[in-house]
Design a binder for this molecule. Structure first.
Ligand SMILES: [Zn+2]
Length: 51
């Protein structure tokens, strides 16, 4: 249970399949843990940029 506001959204760009989508902090964490939603490639912090 957190009282912090959700940080600003990030843009995820998959280096493998080119998928691009805006994500919030929790989605970003999930992508870092499980990989790209489309191709399953494991991604690093470099795949995200602040929007
Ligand atoms: Zn991908």
């Amino acid at each position: 249970m957190t009282t912090r506001d959700e940080p600003t959204e990030h843009t995820f760009s998959c280096p493998e399949c080119g998928e691009s989508l805006e994500v919030n902090a929790s989605m970003r964490d999930a992508l870092l843990e499980f990989g790209c939603v489309l191709c399953g490639t494991l991604v690093s912090d470099e795949a995200f940029s602040a929007s």
